[in-house]
Ligand binder design. Structure first.
Ligand code: ADP
Ligand code: MG
Length: 465
């Protein structure tokens, strides 16, 4: 009837607006490359901050000793300790714990957030057991992974530029996050020194390099999205410091804030952005990352309920609640392989209170997940392609007789768990690079990479070296 065809029209329009043919992705990639140059040229030269990480050497494998890592940047924070044993023993032992952050602390005060972290960290340190050895007379050292944009002032200090991903703690903006953490640790009587402040992308790059020397790019696809890569130091005009001996500098792109007229933005994206905690910012992130994909789907469903009575004569009230449909639930529906799409039916019932959906309705919901996830994955691929182009790694380079290999370390729950997204990303990379070049480029899931990477960087910047 009329309702069904109206609903179909909404989905058809969504599909058109979200389409990302290869030509469009190439324009996005080129725009990314242009912005990378601009962001490297001058401070504030681009939406891409292209932040200097002060990491000019990635792990070699020689790192030794007991080091801690703390990862703050999403819904959970993690504490970790690793016993590094050098080339032979590698990561001799590791332990970690994950603690979810009480939501009120994400929008409270800096003091409260860092106190909470320091308390949990102190508890974790107190349980250091067998297999971990701190050399006599040494202070414990920590790599702090803080996954928000930070203007670094050294490897172990930096000021918060802004919050993203649902965090908003006004009094922390502009403050040195290492100083904040250090003060909170002191309040807990915890004797520990932060020897490296890194972003999760930098941690993932370091952790990835530790296991594979061909890793030169890291991408995060989790709650948010970001990327880091190894740049030639002399190609960073805004860097006025001494050129590092290695000739290299790792750059934290903060690509979540990328935007371009080539990005396929829909009315749903625009409304979601306008109503977000950070309107006008993190536009690329809002198209591709886990915090937002489910919310985009919810907005499409709401429109269909309102304009095409898609779920009956009244709009299901829960469908009006922002962020009620999370990306893990979207992905569970998307991957439903049962003949009657039971998972879709159950999710609609349990999350949105919508019962008795027909198979036809469930199929249309999968179609919407498909459109939104494919757009995100394809745009993420375009972003990576842009980075590879900037690095000159979008062609085959021979190093002697050997073809140079490029490995992109990828981490984050979206990439790890959303199989459709991951496979679409991979096939789009092949589409953009071409068969031959894509054989020299690999994406490797770097599990825990960011935590171990931070510990490794803490080791290579230890006060005892
Ligand atoms: P963070 O990005 O918060 O540091 P993770 O890397 O673990 O943490 O990513 C968590 C995010 O990954 C969640 O917010 C969610 O968006 C996404 N995610 C987790 N599980 C799934 C899943 N099964 N399917 C799709 N997305 C998922
Ligand atoms: Mg993370």
């Amino acid at each position: 009837g009329g309702r069904w065809s109206k609903a179909e029209a909404v989905v058809r329009e969504l599909e058109e607006r979200c389409s990302t043919p290869a030509g469009k992705l190439r324009q996005v990639a080129d725009a990314m490359t242009v912005e990378m140059h601009a962001g490297l040229a001058s401070e504030g030269g681009s939406k891409l901050k292209m932040l200097i990480s002060y990491v000019d050497n990635l792990p070699t494998g020689d790192e030794k000793g007991l080091f801690y890592a703390l990862d703050l940047g999403g819904t959970n924070f993690r504490v970790m300790r690793v016993q590094l044993g050098g080339k032979e023993a590698r990561v001799a032992k590791q332990e970690s714990e994950e603690v979810s952050i009480p939501p009120h602390l994400m929008t409270g005060s800096s003091h409260e957030l860092f106190d909470f972290i320091a308390v949990e960290l102190a508890k974790f340190v107190a349980n250091e057991g067998e297999g971990f050895h701190l050399s006599d007379g040494r202070q414990r050292e920590l790599g702090f992974t803080f996954s928000f944009p930070v203007r670094q002032t050294s490897i172990s200090s930096g000021t918060l530029i802004k919050w993203t991903k649902g965090f908003s703690i006004e009094d922390a903006v502009g403050e040195d996050v290492v100083a904040e953490l250090t003060k909170a640790m002191e309040r807990q009587g915890l004797d520990m020194r932060v020897s490296a402040l890194v972003n999760d992308t930098i941690g993932t790059l370091a952790g990835g390099r530790y296991v594979n020397k061909d890793v030169v790019v890291a991408v995060i696809l989790g709650t948010g999205s970001n990327a880091a890569y190894v740049e030639r130091a002399h190609a960073i005009p805004k860097w006025h410091g001494l050129l590092p001996k290695s000739g290299e500098m790792v750059i934290n792109m903060e690509w979540g804030n990328f935007r371009s007229s080539h990005l396929p933005l829909t009315e749903y994206d625009q409304a979601m952005d306008a109503e977000s905690l950070n309107p006008g910012e993190q536009i690329f992130e809002k198209l591709i990352s886990g915090m937002y994909l489910g919310e985009i789907v919810r907005r499409v469903l709401l429109r269909m309920a309102e304009e095409a009575a898609f779920f009956g004569d009244t709009v299901p009230p829960k469908l009006r609640i922002p962020f009620i449909l999370r990306t893990p639930d979207m992905s569970a529906m998307h991957h439903d392989s049962s003949p009657d799409l039971k998972v879709v039916g159950n999710k609609l019932r349990d999350i949105l209170g919508i019962t008795n959906t027909s198979l036809k309705t469930r199929k249309m919901i999968i179609k919407i997940c498909d459109i939104v996830a494919a757009r995100g994955a394809r745009l993420a691929a375009a972003g990576i392609f842009g980075v590879l182009k900037k690095m000159g790694r979008d062609t085959i380079i021979r190093d002697g007789g050997e073809k140079q290999r490029t490995v992109v370390a990828v981490d984050g729950g979206l990439y790890e768990h959303y199989t459709f997204f991951r496979e679409c990303l991979k096939s789009t990379m092949t589409e953009l690079l071409g068969e031959d070049v894509s054989e020299t480029v690999a994406m490797e899931h770097s599990n825990d990479g960011s935590g171990i990477g931070a510990a490794l960087l803490s080791a290579s910047h230890s006060q005892y070296l």
